[in-house]
Design a protein around this ligand. Structure first.
Ligand code: FAD
Length: 318
C-alpha cells in the first residue's frame, strides 16, 4: 500500500487534534507516515501510532525554533525523498500552508489548500473544497506530481487505529536559505482558557446585534458552558467590541466546527465565507428575514439577550 506523509503539528511533543484528523484521512488513501519536527518530536510517537501512523520520522535541531519555515521545508523534503509518498498532507494552519506551498514548488507538484474532505480516487486522492464564499463545493485532484494537500481542522473525526508507529530519525541537511529569516522573539497571546478558534469543535459567535463589548459576556458564558471558542463578525470587531484575532470570515479566520452558533449576525457573504463549512449551524436573530436563516440547520427568531442566557442555563443543567 502506498505511503502518505503526514506533517505533524505539535507543541513540545503534544500532538494537536488537526494532525490526528489528518491521520484518519491519510488512512483512506494509504499508510500514514508521520513527520514530527522540533522540540519533543519523538514524544509524539505514541499518540501518532495510536491513530494509525505506521512510521514516525523525527528530527530536532535548533534551526526549527530559531528560524521561520524553511528548515521545516528542508526536513519535509528529506522525508519526501526518503519515502516517495503517494501524497503529502498538512493541516491548514498559516505556517503549514506556507510549508506546503514551498514544498510543492520544490518537488514540482500541484497543491490543494483548505480541503474539507479527502477520498481515494482512481487517479489519486480527490479533495473536496468550498469555493466562492461557500457557494460551491468543488472536488479536485492534483494532476502533476505528488499531491500536496492542506486540510481544514474538523474535516474528519479522530479515530483510534493502533499501528506500529516505529520511530526513525530523519537525516536533514539544511539548505542555504534555511537560516535566512531569524525569529527574534515570541510573545504568546494571553490564554483565554478556551479552545483555539480554528480548531474548536464548537464556536459561538457574536455580531453587531450584541451591541457592545460588555455584552459579549453573554456570548462567552454560552461558549464556556459548551467548551467552545468565541468568534465575532467584522462589525463587532470594527466596533472594538472583540479582538480581530476572533473575527470569522473572508478577512478573518475560517472555521469549520461541528457546531457554529451565530448570535446577532445577519449572515453577510463575507461572514459566511469563514463559517459555511461548519457541520451544524444555529442562528439566533430577531429578524426572521435575516439572510443567515438561509443557511442554518436550526434558527431561533428572537432577542439574543433573552435567548442566549436561557440556552446557557439549559446547557448547564445537562
Ligand atoms: P449586521 O449585518 O449589522 O447584522 C446584525 C444582525 O443582528 C441583524 O441581522 C439584526 O437583525 C441582528 N440583531 C440586532 N439586535 C439583535 C438582538 N437583540 N437579538 C438578535 N438579533 C439581533 N464580515 C465578517 O463578519 N467577517 C469578515 O471577515 C468580513 N470581511 C469583509 C471583507 C470585505 C472586503 C467587506 C467589504 C466586508 C467584510 N465583512 C466581513 C463585513 C460584512 O459585509 C458585514 O458587514 C458584516 O459581516 C456584518 O456583521 P453583522 O452580521 O454582525 O452585522
Amino acid at each position: 500500500m502506498a505511503e502518505v506523509l503526514v506533517y505533524v503539528d505539535h507543541v513540545d511533543g503534544a500532538v494537536r487534534k488537526p494532525t490526528l484528523e489528518l491521520l484518519t484521512l491519510a488512512r483512506r488513501i494509504g499508510e500514514p507516515v508521520a513527520v514530527a519536527l522540533g522540540n519533543g518530536a519523538a514524544d509524539t510517537a505514541a499518540a501518532l501510532a495510536e491513530h494509525g501512523a505506521v512510521k514516525v520520522l523525527t528530527a530536532d535541531a535548533p534551526e526549527f525554533a530559531d528560524y521561520l519555515v524553511v528548515p521545516k521545508v528542508d526536513a519535509l523534503q528529506a522525508a519526501y525523498d526518503a519515502v516517495s509518498p503517494a501524497a503529502v498532507l498538512l493541516p491548514s494552519s498559516a505556517e503549514a500552508k506556507e510549508i506546503a506551498a514551498r514544498l510543492a514548488l520544490r518537488i514540482g507538484s500541484g497543491i490543494i489548500t483548505d480541503a474539507v474532505d479527502l477520498e481515494a480516487g482512481d487517479e489519486g486522492p480527490v479533495a473536496t473544497q468550498s469555493a466562492f464564499a461557500a457557494s460551491y463545493t468543488t472536488k479536485s485532484r492534483v494532476s502533476k506530481g505528488t499531491p500536496v494537500i492542506t486540510v481544514k481542522p474538523n474535516s474528519a473525526a479522530v479515530e483510534a487505529a493502533p499501528a506500529a508507529g516505529a520511530v526513525e530519525a530523519l537525516n536533514v541537511s539544511f539548505s542555504e536559505k534555511a537560516t535566512g529569516t531569524k525569529v527574534l522573539s515570541r510573545t504568546p497571546r494571553e490564554s483565554t482558557g478556551r479552545p483555539e478558534l480554528t480548531e474548536a469543535a464548537i464556536v459561538v459567535s457574536g455580531g453587531r446585534g450584541v451591541n457592545g463589548a460588555e455584552n459579549f459576556a453573554i456570548i462567552e458564558a454560552l461558549a464556556d458552558s459548551l467548551g467552545a471558542a468565541v468568534g465575532a463578525s467584522r462589525a463587532a470587531v470594527d466596533a472594538g467590541w472583540y479582538p480581530h484575532a476572533s473575527q470569522v470570515g473572508q478577512t478573518g479566520k475560517s472555521v469549520s466546527p461541528q457546531l457554529y452558533i451565530a448570535s446577532g449576525i445577519s449572515g453577510a457573504i463575507q461572514h459566511r465565507a469563514g463559517m459555511q463549512t461548519s457541520k451544524t449551524i444555529v442562528a439566533i436573530n430577531k429578524d426572521a428575514e435575516a439572510p443567515i436563516f438561509d443557511l442554518v440547520d436550526y434558527g431561533v427568531v428572537g432577542d439574543l439577550f433573552a435567548v442566549v442566557p436561557q440556552l446557557t442555563d439549559e446547557v448547564k443543567t445537562r
